[in-house]
Structures are given as structure tokens and as C-alpha cells.
Design a protein around this ligand. Structure first.
Ligand code: ADP
Ligand code: MG
Length: 236
């Protein structure tokens, strides 16, 4: 584990000319308009913007869950446009951790089974995958609830399990849509500290969509999505 200095490190994510036009309805809707973004290894970027400005659209494109109308997304040197659906699935499993706005946990599985799932998909044994998942659950303060199913957990607890699941594969890039929306202040602070550690330990890059002012202020950069483009808000 080597400490990596943000800004001087390698580029983990780059978008050029990124454009997404929705063609449903009578008029085309241009949500992202030749957007540019570069995030280095170990760097944490917050994306803010009003409701409907295109934050989720952007995150879905960065995570390979949607395809752009024009322009490119390159992650760890790999242009996503060059990958077919199967290859994209494998790439996502290897490099990307995604925390959705509404957690998307599997109701029939326990917390530890949910958190272990990306490793099982990758082909690891249940035992090894669940050992690793337990480590992450411990770090998000959910070890004691590992055997509970999502229906037995509060919103904030489910969100923490979703965060553990996103981090279990040691991703290079973590994408989060409102990760602290359901968390109380103490738990949110725990998650922030965990993100700090991971960015330092593993040079993991974070792109976090948030309305939470303190979460945004805690990141290296804050970018505002407005008019289909990203505008720098703060740089320290
Ligand atoms: N699949 C879709 N088809 C058509 N319009 C969409 C689709 N998804 C999102 N939109 C529209 O694109 C705009 C941006 O949506 P979204 O990315 O969800 O914004 P945010 O996450 O910032 O609230 C909104 O006007 C929304 O209605
Ligand atoms: Mg959204």
C-alpha cells in the first residue's frame, strides 16, 4: 500500500465531449452537453446540482450503465465504448464500485451475502467472499447486523451495507449517488473517515453526487452540474 498524492497521480477517469440526449417525447432533451471531467487516482470529487440537472444521468454513464450519445468515458485507460455488454460487466466488477441512490440490495439475502455478491460474481468462494465482506461491514459499523436481511434494517443501515458491497472488490473508482442521504451525522462521519482511508490506502477515486453540504465540502473538489456541463466550485 503506497500513499498516493492526489492531483499528481495517474488519471483514473476521463470524460471528453460527453453528451447525452434523450430522444423520448416530442422534443430532444440534451442533459449532458460536451461535458469534460478528469479525476485522478486517490482523488475525491463531489458533484452538486439542482434536481433534474443530470447528475444520475452522468453517474450512469461513468459506471457504464448507460451509453453516451456522443463523446467518451475512459476509466483506468480503458474506453468504455470499446467494450461489449459482457466485457463491460466484467470491467465494472473489476474496477467500479457503485452506490445507488436507493441501495438495490437483494431482499432474500442477508447483509453479508449482499456485500459479498460482487466477489461471488467474480468467481471467489463463498467463504473467502464473506470473510472480506465481514471486514467491510465492520468498517461501516454493520458487523453485528451481518445476518439480517434488508427488510430488517433501517434505511441508513441498508445504505451502509450498499457501501460495503461497493467497496468489497477494492475498486479503482467508486461512484455514489447521495450516499449519506439516509445517515445520521455520526454514521455519515464514519463513512467519510472510511472514504479518507481508502483514498489514501488504495488510491481509490471517488465521484459523489450529493446535496449534503458537509459531505461536498469534505471532498478535494466540488463541481456543479449546470447547463449540461461541470463548473468548478472550489479547489483546495
Ligand atoms: N430515460 C430517460 N428518458 C428521458 N428523459 C430522462 C431519462 N432519464 C432522465 N431524464 C430526464 O433528464 C433530466 C436529468 O435527469 P437526472 O439525470 O435523473 O437528474 P438528477 O439526477 O440531477 O436529478 C431530467 O429532466 C429527467 O427528466
Ligand atoms: Mg438523481
Amino acid at each position: 500500500m503506497t500513499a498516493t498524492t492526489p492531483h499528481t497521480a495517474t488519471v483514473m477517469l476521463e470524460c471528453n465531449n460527453l453528451t447525452r440526449v434523450y430522444n423520448e417525447g416530442p422534443q430532444d432533451l440534451t442533459v449532458l452537453d460536451q461535458l469534460e471531467l478528469k479525476v485522478h487516482a486517490g482523488e475525491r470529487v463531489a458533484i452538486v446540482g439542482s434536481s433534474g440537472s443530470g447528475k444520475t444521468t452522468l453517474l450512469n454513464l461513468l459506471g457504464g450503465l448507460d451509453r453516451p450519445s456522443a463523446g467518451s468515458v475512459v476509466i483506468a485507460g480503458e474506453p468504455l465504448s470499446g467494450l461489449n455488454e459482457a466485457a463491460l460487466g466484467r470491467f465494472r466488477n473489476r474496477y467500479i464500485g457503485f452506490v445507488y441512490q436507493f441501495h438495490h440490495l437483494l431482499a432474500e439475502f442477508t447483509a453479508v451475502e449482499n456485500a459479498a455478491l460482487p466477489l461471488i460474481i467474480r468467481g471467489q468462494s463463498k467463504k473467502v467472499a464473506e470473510q472480506r465482506a465481514m471486514q467491510l461491514l465492520e468498517r461501516v459499523g454493520m458487523k453485528a447486523r451481518a445476518d439480517h436481511k434488508p427488510g430488517e434494517l433501517s434505511g441508513g443501515e441498508r445504505q451502509r451495507v450498499a457501501i460495503a458491497r461497493a467497496l468489497v472488490t477494492d475498486p479503482s473508482l467508486v461512484l455514489m449517488d447521495e450516499p449519506t442521504g439516509n445517515l445520521d451525522q455520526t454514521t455519515a462521519s464514519t463513512i467519510l473517515a472510511l472514504m479518507d482511508e481508502l483514498a489514501k490506502e488504495s488510491a481509490c477515486a471517488f465521484v459523489i453526487v450529493t446535496h449534503d453540504v458537509s459531505l461536498a465540502a469534505h471532498q478535494d473538489r466540488v463541481l456543479k452540474l449546470d447547463g449540461g456541463q461541470l463548473i468548478e466550485q472550489k479547489n483546495d
